[in-house]
Design a protein around this ligand. Structure first.
Ligand code: HEM
Length: 521
């Protein structure tokens, strides 16, 4: 051996090094050639720097995407930190990818993610799970239990009415003092979701829901979640933000598990099912009878509850605070809503969800608010596990796919004056709501489309209607003296990623009876 090493002359060594260099370059060229072959026919898009791709303002991704949409068209791709991202910018392309039969099983996955794995017990949830038979079955259970125990049920309706009356009382107590209306409304949103789960909502359950909402929302922000995903070990480094947040979310998750699964198991009675969690226990029992072991475990039920907290409170906060902001900007719209309430519901009867059908102007204002402000400017991320050929392009596997709802809702080709707030675009000349197949209805896709469409859209619309009518029946929102509202242009909305909120504002909630007096002051 020693002899061989001694025999290597400098000339041989150089030859060996040249050979090694040639082999390395050949392998590299071969790799480039193979990957280039696979990456033919990609969608157009802005080019960035090698692996790093483009610099992007993550919380305001929708604004960058909307700028690139103008340059590259309805379908483009960008690369950000080595990730390939496909952005779909029209209702037509979004429907084709997420809703059409040909692509349903291909484009409706979710990318692997830290929260789904670590918080939702290895993806035992709907929101963050890939598209597979368990996802389909879980979503069906979720929708079914929400339908039976939400606004369709007498029990829930009467509790919701009590909660609305509490909000009215809170506003009376505030006696027209300037406030951020979310200070009153957010606790009510938490209580409503707790009531949906448990049939009533104790203070402690309301607290767990509120805590999970605020800390879960923090963790789900792309800029924070991205760090957990790339460096999952960061949660073990003590005395820093990621460690504290992870521990806190795990603790609240346990508190919720106790309140929703252990405590509600004790009150479960098959002959008196009045809430979502009991309904899910019943599904478990039926599965046990049918197949011995239910696929719907307590961990799945826990996951469904965490999904609903994360998706419902943040979105309702965004839409309600956005809507009140618009009411302050457009007092004439507020007055027309109040006139419709007076005509259809009257000044004293409690509003009901069934009144929605009889109040087209209020519906039109809510739809226009959803379009104009586009509170969820992007869909949740979709993902393809395999290569997909679509729109004459090839989409490589493991691409993250976003529907750019903000672009869809502000496209000059689809909407007349898209940057103008105009509820009338949803009304016929006779003041009735336009049909479902009117282009303005088809192009309004605030809740997504297809298999990943929002499960809570009816509930969200019912809730917006109830809060609006209960409050505006008795009060008016007024800008406090001396304070200036910021512009309502949707491009100035503030990103609390993944939702958009109006710029911070204060308002006074003044009794309608006192409005004349108030104005005279
Ligand atoms: C106005 C308020 C709301 C808006 C604008 C909204 C919008 C959306 C959007 C855009 C998506 C993603 C669709 C996709 O990825 O393609 C979504 C998903 C979802 N939403 Fe909502 N949502 C709202 C309220 C709610 C409420 C109140 C609930 C529950 C009570 C809810 C539950 C969900 C769930 C569970 C998903 C995940 C569905 C899945 O992954 O298959 N949302 N929502």
């Amino acid at each position: 051996m020693l002899k061989i090493v001694k025999d290597i002359t400098p000339k041989k060594k150089m030859l060996f090094e040249i050979l090694l260099g040639v082999v390395t370059i050949t392998i590299f060229m071969f790799y480039v050639w193979i990957t280039k072959e696979n990456l033919k026919n990609l969608p157009p898009g802005p080019k960035g720097v090698f692996w790093f791709g483009l610099k992007i303002d993550i919380p305001n991704m929708h604004l960058d995407f909307t700028k690139w949409w103008k340059a590259f068209g309805d379908v483009f791709e960008v690369k950000i930190l080595g990730r390939r991202i496909l952005v779909l910018n029209s209702p037509k392309t979004i429907r084709e990818a997420f809703e059409s039969k040909a692509y349903t099983t291909l484009m409706n996955h979710r990318p692997p993610n830290f929260i789904g794995y670590k918080i939702c017990n290895q993806y035992k949830c709907v929101l963050l799970r890939k598209y597979d038979p368990t996802f389909i079955a879980m979503k069906k259970e979720m929708v079914n239990s929400m339908d039976t125990h939400g606004f369709q049920s007498k029990h829930f309706r009467s509790l919701a009415a009590d909660m609305m009356n509490d909000v009215v009382k809170d506003f009376i107590d505030l006696n027209g003092r300037p406030i951020d209306p979310m200070n009153v409304l957010r606790p009510s949103f938490c209580k409503m979701i707790g009531t949906l789960f448990a049939g009533n909502c104790s203070h402690i359950l309301q607290k767990h829901v509120a805590d999970f909402d605020s800390h879960g929302d923090q963790m789900i922000k792309p800029q924070i979640h991205g760090v957990y995903k790339k460096f999952p070990w960061i949660r073990w480094i003590p005395f820093q933000f990621y460690n504290r947040l992870y521990k806190l979310v795990q603790k609240i998750k346990k508190d919720l598990q106790k309140a929703l699964l252990f405590d509600l198991r004790n009150s479960y009675n098959t002959s008196n099912i009045k809430c979502m969690v009991h309904q899910l226990f019943r599904s478990q029992d039926l599965q046990r009878l049918e197949r011995g072991k239910p696929w719907l475990t307590d961990a799945h039920i826990h996951g469904i509850a965490m999904d609903l907290i994360n998706t419902s409170i943040l979105t309702t906060k965004a839409v309600m605070s956005g809507f009140i902001f618009l009411l302050l900007h457009f007092p004439e719209m507020q007055q027309k809503i109040q006139e419709e309430i007076d005509d259809v519901i009257g000044k004293d009867r409690q509003p009901e969800v069934d009144d929605r059908k009889k109040t087209p102007y209020i519906q039109a204002c809510i739809y226009e608010c959803l379009r104009y402000q586009s509170h969820l400017p992007l869909t949740a991320p979709h993902y393809n596990r395999k290569k997909v050929d679509i729109f004459k392009f090839t989409i490589p596997p493991k691409t993250i796919i976003f529907g750019n709802l903000f672009a869809c809702h502000h496209d000059e080709e689809l909407w007349e004056d898209p940057w103008t707030f105009k509820p009338e675009r949803y009304l016929t000349e006779e003041g009735q709501l336009i049909d479902k197949d009117h282009p303005n209805m088809i192009n309004l896709i605030a809740f997504g489309v297809g298999e990943r469409m929002c499960v809570g859209y009816e509930m969200a619309l019912d809730r917006m209607f109830l809060y609006t009518t209960y409050i505006l029946q008795k009060f008016s929102f007024v800008v406090p003296n001396g304070s200036q509202l910021k512009s309502h242009d949707p491009r100035n909305m503030v990103s609390e990623s993944p939702v958009l909120l109006p710029p911070p504002y204060m308002c006074r909630v003044v009794k309608r009876k006192e409005m004349g007096k108030d104005e005279a002051e």
